[in-house]
Design a protein around this ligand. Structure first.
Ligand code: PEP
Length: 253
């Protein structure tokens, strides 16, 4: 079984002080948890300070986004090397909020995944259908395209994680049922197998979308769900720690 991962996407929340406090509570509350990886993704301004707290622990740092150039006249952007310099090991790429509000396309997502890998950052590539697309029966078509375009011309898949996040489930309290999620995860695994053969075995596929301490057990029990990308429920240490221990219980024995 692949090592599980639970990643917390803090989005545009928490001051530096609040982020440090949350990171410390997560580090202390998960010191005994085994068999997987715990990742937190604070805002850019809090990355270095959070890194100072979690450095050397089992908690890893992620950026919520990067740009695909190394430096230069790109006002407001952050280069992959800068995120790495701040302590990041991971970077979330192509989150649906970035696709929706900041007009990210599969092409820019692909450029970012490539640049992250070149820089030594591990990408967490987000894919997922909208409610309308699900109703139209094109979920697999949409998710398949996002994966093939997002991973276009990438041969070395070491370190890549996919997060399946149905857009209709993000921040809505309406999570995909374990069966609905498993169906798409199984499709994603078959796509990855077609693209990468045996090398695909190391790629984790996380579920994201209204994950809570109550529903994680049933989700993590599904064959092809290797963990979770968590938004709202990652902002409180108690709930995030429950999600982590709930995942570890199902995916590690
Ligand atoms: C997310 O933003 O990646 C997410 C899954 O959010 P939430 O858990 O709040 O639905």
């Amino acid at each position: 079984m692949r090592p599980w991962m639970v990643a917390g996407n803090w989005k545009m929340n928490k001051t530096i002080g609040e982020a440090v406090e949350l990171a410390r509570a997560i580090k202390e509350g998960t010191a005994e948890v085994k068999g997987g990886e715990i990742v937190v993704a604070p805002v850019f301004t809090a990355l270095s300070s959070v890194y100072g707290v979690i450095k050397g622990s089992q908690v890893r740092l992620a950026a919520q986004n990067i740009y695909f150039e190394e430096k230069g006249a790109f006002t407001g952007e952050v280069a992959p090397g800068m995120a790495k310099d701040a302590g990041c090991e991971y970077v979330i790429i192509g989150h649906s909020e970035r696709r929706k509000y900041f007009h990210e396309t599969d092409a820019s997502v692909n450029a970012k995944v490539k640049k992250a890998l070149e820089t030594g950052l591990k990408p967490i590539l987000c894919v997922g259908e909208t409610e309308e697309e699900r109703e139209q029966g094109v979920t697999e078509f949409v998710v398949g395209l996002q994966i093939r375009r997002g991973l276009h011309a990438i041969e070395n898949v070491d370190g890549i994680t996919i997060a399946y996040e149905p857009v209709w489930a993000i921040g809505t309290g309406k999570n995909a049922t374990p069966d609905q999620a498993q169906e798409v995860h199984s499709f994603i695994r078959s796509e990855l197998d077609k693209l990468y053969g045996p090398k695909a075995g190391s790629l984790r596929v996380l579920y994201g979308g209204s994950v809570t301490a109550d529903n994680i057990g049933d989700l993590a029990a599904m064959n092809d769900i290797d963990g979770a990308l968590v938004g709202g429920a990652s902002l409180k240490s108690e709930t995030f720690i429950s999600i982590i221990t709930g995942t570890a219980k199902k995916r590690w024995s």
